[in-house]
Ligand binder design. Structure first.
Ligand code: CA
Length: 220
């Protein structure tokens, strides 16, 4: 899953990028509204965290532009404490949730998981596909109850597909959703990650759809 963090305070931005990366997401960062507008308008993020008070273009305007351009990814806005006006304006402009600063990182992570779940139509934090279970809270993956250790990229490939069971994930979509923008991308790596996932989770779980990509097979 790939996220966009829009925050102009360097310390908070660092903290967000670090915590979200540790939680298993690929994270891009924009430090002003202009970059945020461009990045959100041109990249298929799974969700965005958007501060409202930004240099160049304010957060509400950025959000309105994304929504106006048909971008539907979930957006969590960061507002000043006690500013009910910001919250109302943000929600009306197309935000899905908000957090007032200062906030606890744990709460932000929980709200984000909830947004990602809802966006993909899942009701619980635990995603299941056949023998494979992925707990989005802990990042724990099990096969028939036995824990499996995945690298960060393997986890992102699996998490992306498990949020979209039954759908074909093209190689380019997987690349878009597992790498942050400044990462050196190589489309052949997707095949490597899929091969490793098959080895760790069972050969049947990821089906190759010729010429299109990959699909999870959740029922035998
Ligand atoms: Ca700010």
């Amino acid at each position: 899953m790939r996220l966009l963090v829009v925050e102009d305070e360097p310390a908070l931005a660092d903290q967000l990028v670090t915590s979200l990366s540790e939680a298993g997401y690929a994270v891009d960062h924009a430090a002003d509204g202009e970059d945020a507008d461009f990045m959100g308008g041109t990249t298929h993020y799974d969700a965005a965290i958007l501060d409202l008070g930004l240099p160049k273009v304010d957060g509400i305007t950025v959000l309105k532009r994304w929504r106006g351009a048909g971008r539907t990814f979930p957006v969590l806005i960061l507002t000043a404490r006690g500013s009910w006006h910001d919250k109302v304006e943000g929600l009306d402009a197309g935000a899905d949730d908000y957090l007032a600063k200062p906030f606890q990182m744990e709460e932000l992570l929980a709200r984000l998981r909830s947004l990602l779940r809802r966006a993909s139509g899942h009701a619980t934090a635990e995603l299941t596909c056949g023998p494979v279970t992925l707990d989005t809270r802990s990042g724990r993956v099990t096969v028939d109850g036995t824990p499996v250790t995945l690298t960060a990229h393997e986890y992102r490939v699996l998490a992306y597909m498990m949020h979209r069971p039954g759908q074909i994930a093209s190689r380019s979509a997987l690349i878009d959703h597992i790498y942050a923008q400044d990462f050196d991308r190589d489309s052949n790596t997707i095949e490597v990650f899929v091969a490793r996932l098959r080895r760790k989770l069972g050969p049947e779980i990821i089906e190759t759809v010729r010429g299109l990509g990959y699909r999870l097979r959740c029922s035998p």
